[in-house]
Structures are given as structure tokens and as C-alpha cells.
Design a protein around this ligand. Sequence first.
Ligand SMILES: Cc1ncc(COP(=O)(O)O)c(C=O)c1O
Length: 159
Amino acid sequence: MNTSQLYAHTQDQNDSLATFRDCFHIPKDVQGKDTIYFCGNSLGLMPKSATEYVTQELEDWKNLGVEGHFHAKNPWMPYHEFLTKNMSAIVGAKPSEVVVMNSLTVNLHLLMVSFYRPTPKRYKILFDYSPFPSDRYAIASQLNFHGFDPEAGMIECNH
Ligand SMILES: Cc1ncc(COP(=O)(O)O)c(C=O)c1O
């Protein structure tokens, strides 16, 4: 494995996605240099276009109130439909199989409602160290719902 700086720079130069870097705000370190940002799983970098898009929604809310559900530039009622095509490409499914909806915590509940089928011998839920409080409540309430004691059923991995 080549770990030289030259190799890394060459890989960067040949990266066909490299131009996307300019589409994001990159937080600076104390010296004012771009930080190296690996946190894509929770909160990714802010796209430079986000201000414009969020401002558009705020303006429509300001000017239309509840009517924004139907008359905003991007009407809020069918908002999920605007996201379907791109999301189906991202997850590799048909558009008819994908919907972007809810908060993460609600989706965790939906996931467990569908796939968590505990038995008296196999009911413990393993989760990453120090999750969001809402993750912890979702797991505890699923255990409770199935009649298990969260104290016994929640296994937090300490890595
Ligand atoms: C792992 C995890 N759990 C829960 C949340 C909270 O999400 P929400 O407020 O959408 O339920 C977040 C938000 O980033 C998260 O990253």
C-alpha cells in the first residue's frame, strides 16, 4: 500500500468527484486552515446552496402561511415526491419503493416495528456507545412494548 504524500496528492488530482468539494462550507481549524471532516453519517458539511434553499422556504412560509402547503415554490404537501428519484438512485431501489419521510427517531421505531421480533431467549438490542438520547428512548420503548426490561435488554458497546 502506497502511503506517500505524493501518491495521496496524485489520487486527489485524479478524483473525478473533487470539484464537489467547492460546493460545501468547510469548518476551519484554529490556524484558519480547512479541517479534515469525516462526519458524513450524522451531520455532513453544509452545502453552500443550503442558505438559498432554506431562505426560499422561509420566504414562502412568511408570505403564504399555511397556503405554502399547496402554493409554495416547492409545495410542502407533496415535498417527499421531489426527493424520491434521487433517493432511489442513492439506495439502489425503484422510485416506487422509496419515500423520504419522518425524523430519524421515528424511522428507527418503524425499523424496529418491522424487524425487531424478540423471543424470550433472543431479545437484547446492541447499540453503539453513547447514542443520541432519542435513540436510547426508542430502543427502551421497543423493549418495553414487547414486555422486556430495558435494563436487561439494552447492550451499549463501549469501544
Ligand atoms: C444517530 C442519531 N440519532 C438520532 C438523531 C436525532 O434525529 P431526529 O431528531 O431526526 O429524530 C440523530 C440526528 O442527527 C442521529 O444522528
